[in-house]
Design a binder for this molecule. Structure first.
Ligand SMILES: [Fe+2]
Length: 498
């Protein structure tokens, strides 16, 4: 909580009231970024304080420009979205979207039945800040990763970027922590509006970091939140205080304003924030494993999300896919069951982290039900593959998950962290936690392919196979601080097993 006398609002010698930011590069002010793309539409997210609308112009070679306006208001902290639609489907065509002085380039998605090659990038855990010896927030050397990542992804022709959680660390550093700078206490939280303002400030601070911002401006970007966008281990704690619950409501609101609204169908709504999209014959089922999570009642995905998942997997849309990527910010395979069984009942924060896993006692039923549904979808046609895309754990890894005595294989590709510094304890735990993954797992078999402890992003490249299905290549691009360059640090290639 804030100590008395501390404030972000100060008066200048001339008596003018100014709001100070504690972020070294300031906070995001105005901006425009591309969100979901289809073969005909593009979603544009924008912010312009004080403007009731912002004009967006979509230019596609061979067509007249399409113009629309993004409605903005103080109600949404001057953020808004607009979907611009081409007069007809223009699969794979390049476009430019002009919003104010910004020119955002992209390509439309392939046609839904186009069995084609493409690449995309994913990553999680954006914490480019650290404390200097005086306790002030400064930009970390790791932030240099972003311009290099942008260049690399442009060179690689990545079609979009998936941000798989912890885009905002609302709770990591005391000077910019939401919780530590609010008035009130755990049982007497301040009004919701005060907390919403605090989340807006921290979100603008993290999303405004220049390199991360330039990366998002270069690619259509899809998002899903994880705990730090709210606060650490939300939903896996044994007890929730009145302040915890109000923090969650405020974080939900601001996540919608700044992140979710750019996703397919994204709007200001109550969680969970799952969604689907497709890119040719590859589909993406993005799960929200935070929005409904409640450890004491054993709820992970929640009834609504689970019903939506089942409906999607049984739909004609899913039947026409060759490959399905399932985004789950928390990996399914990365932490072994034996370790979770051993530590999940302990009190304290480390045990909250353990309870956070898909294989903790409260959530293992949800895990098994989800995997079973995914295996059923995957094995219903010979060319199908399922790959989980994850983050959260401050390491990258690749696993194959199989059912004992049955057909089917599910890949798991994890990329984390982008710029968060993994602590020594986290590194050690990652080494231990991915060992002996088959202990206490009578139904499933886990195979670990590699583990990477450096900061990284993930690159996925798909190549269509003539007999159906894709060749999938997952590469972990590890950041080397000394040479300020990426190097390939782990690679997993996969094709349908037929
Ligand atoms: Fe993280």
């Amino acid at each position: 909580m804030r100590r008395e006398g501390e404030s972000d609002i100060q008066a200048t010698p001339a008596g003018e009231i100014v709001t100070l930011t504690r972020f070294p590069g300031g906070e995001l002010h105005d901006g425009a970024e591309l969100g979901a793309v289809t073969e005909q539409t593009v979603r544009v997210w924008a912010r312009q304080p004080g403007a009731p609308t912002l004009i967006a112009r979509l230019e596609i070679p061979g067509f007249s420009p399409v113009v629309g306006s993004v409605p903005l208001s103080a109600e949404t902290d001057w953020t808004g979205v607009l979907t611009l639609s081409a007069p007809a489907p223009v699969p794979d065509q390049p476009f430019v979207c002009i919003v104010g002085e910004r020119r955002l380039s992209g390509r439309f998605a392939p046609a839904p039945d186009e069995h084609c090659a493409f690449a995309f990038a994913f990553g999680s855990c954006h914490r480019p800040y650290e404390l200097d010896p005086d306790g002030h927030v400064r930009l970390s050397e790791r932030a240099k990763l972003y311009p290099a990542m942008r260049e690399e992804l442009l060179t690689q022709g990545a079609r979009f970027l998936l941000l798989c959680g912890d885009q905002v660390y609302s709770d990591a550093l005391p000077p910019i922590s939401v919780r530590e700078n609010l008035p009130g206490d755990e049982d007497h939280p301040p009004p919701l509006e005060t907390i919403i303002e605090a989340y807006r400030r921290v979100t603008r601070g993290y999303l405004g970091e220049a390199g991360f911002r330039a990366l998002r401006e270069a690619f259509p970007t899809y998002c899903i939140w994880d705990d730090h966008d709210i606060f650490t281990t939300w939903g896996s704690r044994l007890h929730e205080s009145p302040l915890d619950r109000r923090l969650f409501h405020a974080a939900s609101r601001v996540y919608c304003e700044y992140q979710h609204s750019r996703n397919p169908g994204g709007s200001l709504k109550e969680p969970p924030y799952h969604y689907t999209f497709r890119f040719g014959t590859a589909g993406f089922l993005v799960l929200d494993v935070r929005g409904a999570r409640h450890y004491p009642s054993g709820t992970l995905l929640g009834t609504q999300q689970w019903e939506d998942i089942q409906r999607f997997l049984g739909s004609a849309e899913a039947a026409s896919l060759h490959t399905l990527f399932v985004v789950t910010s928390i990996p399914v395979a990365h932490v072994s069951r034996w370790l979770v069984r051993l530590f999940q009942r302990l009190p304290g924060h480390l045990a909250d982290e353990v309870r956070d896993r898909w294989c903790s006692d409260a959530f293992i039923e949800s895990r098994n039900r989800l995997l079973s549904a995914l295996f059923d979808w995957q094995t219903a046609a010979p060319y199908r593959q399922v790959a989980l895309l994850s983050g959260d754990v401050h390491a990258a890894s690749a696993f194959t998950i199989r059912r004992r005595g049955k057909f089917g294989a599910i890949l798991e590709c994890t990329s984390s962290p982008l710029t968060t510094k993994a602590t020594r304890l986290e590194r050690w735990l990652n080494l231990i936690a991915t060992r002996a993954p088959n202990l206490l797992e009578p139904e499933l078999h886990f195979e670990r392919h590699f583990l990477v402890l450096a900061n990284n992003h993930g690159l996925v490249r798909l190549r269509p196979l003539p007999g159906g299905g894709h060749h999938i290549e997952f590469t972990v691009r590890a950041w080397e601080e000394r040479s300020r360059a990426f190097r390939p640090a782990g690679r997993l290639a996969s094709a349908p097993e037929f």
